[in-house]
Design a protein around this ligand. Structure first.
Ligand SMILES: [Zn+2]
Length: 329
């Protein structure tokens, strides 16, 4: 990784291939460019919920390596009707129903994936992973429940790596540290889910069977960057203390307000990352392009916390599916 100390600080140029919409980044280091990725760039795309794509051209081979995190593009109508777009004519689902991936949306967005990292196994994290794994041949890394869901959908064992948290695996172009974590403190801190999906589960699984199964974060080392990911609005401070990512994807939905000093503790433990991007703070029950697909007020409130806790961090607000290019110089 190319992060340097104060004497030789990496300047991250943020190259946003498309507009950041109503959240222009205002730093003088920001450039807006079009054109293909450079061979030293790391490109992010936000899928919504906790879903991301990171892609980079590898130094050794010149090939592109693609890492997906909790890719969930279907954005189905389940859960709370309050979040449904009244103009959305798609079917809605109850917890007794089975969700099916929106393969048209996925096929239009995802051609290649080498790794799929799954932070927990709720539907908005795991639901599209079997289809994407079949389509791309990507290796899926997740805890036992995630992996048993993959097996239920016929993803071959050669594509499955089961982890419990604490592993730090080298894959050549990419290395991935698995970080034990905690789920968001939903329901006024009363949320707790201890169920797992056992080996031998068979498809189709109902929404109610897609249980958390434990929560993970990841540290992804790729293209000279260290990226910390979050899938929930919680963390174990001692598990992240001392990590020095230059890019942090931070869970930003309001449940983080249940946590003591959430944003200041995170920023301090992670060494005040150079780039912070909020995640899991959109309305993932509304399709792409819906007028209610974002949660602007959530993101604005979280952004204010970051600006106060880590004023030197660059805050980038992602828009669905729009590439964000970062490179070190
Ligand atoms: Zn969840």
């Amino acid at each position: 990784m190319k992060r340097l100390d104060a004497a030789g600080r990496v300047v991250l140029l943020v190259m946003v291939a498309m507009s950041l919409g109503c959240y222009p980044s205002e730093s003088p280091e920001t450039e807006t460019v079009s054109g293909p990725p450079r061979d030293d760039s790391l490109t992010f795309r936000y899928f919504g919920a906790a879903g991301w794509e990171m892609s980079a051209i590898t130094e050794a081979s010149g090939d592109t390596v693609v890492v997906l995190v909790d890719p969930y593009l279907t954005r189905a109508k389940y859960g709370s009707p309050d979040s449904w777009d009244p103009t959305d004519t798609r079917p809605s689902y109850t917890r007794a129903d089975t969700l099916f991936s929106d393969v048209d949306v996925i096929d239009a967005q995802i051609d290649q994936a080498d790794f799929i990292l799954v932070q927990h196994a709720h539907p908005d994290h795991v639901m599209d992973v079997p289809y994407i794994a079949h389509r791309t041949g990507a290796v899926v890394i997740g805890h036992e429940t995630t992996i048993n869901i993959m097996r239920a959908y016929g993803v071959p064992d050669i594509q499955l790596i089961t982890v419990r948290g604490g592993e730090d695996y080298d894959f050549g172009d990419v290395s991935i540290r698995v970080i034990p974590s905690l789920h968001s403190p939903l329901s006024d801190k009363r949320y707790y889910q201890s169920r797992v999906v056992e080996q031998g589960a068979t498809r189709p699984l109902r929404i109610s069977q897609l249980v958390e199964g434990g929560s993970l974060m990841f540290l992804v080392r790729i293209a000279g960057h260290d990226v910390v990911t979050m899938g929930s609005m919680n963390f174990i401070e001692r598990q992240i203390e001392g990590l020095r990512p230059d890019i942090a994807l931070i869970g930003a939905a309001p449940s983080h307000l249940e946590i003591y000093e959430y944003t200041p503790r995170l920023m301090r433990a992670l060494g005040f990352p150079e780039v912070v991007m909020p995640t899991h703070a959109d309305n993932f029950q509304a399709p792409y392009g819906s007028t209610i697909a974002y949660r602007t007020e959530w993101v604005e409130a979280f952004s204010a916390e970051v600006r106060e806790a880590s004023p030197d961090s660059r805050l980038i607000i992602p828009r669905h599916l729009e590439p964000i290019r970062l490179f070190a110089r």
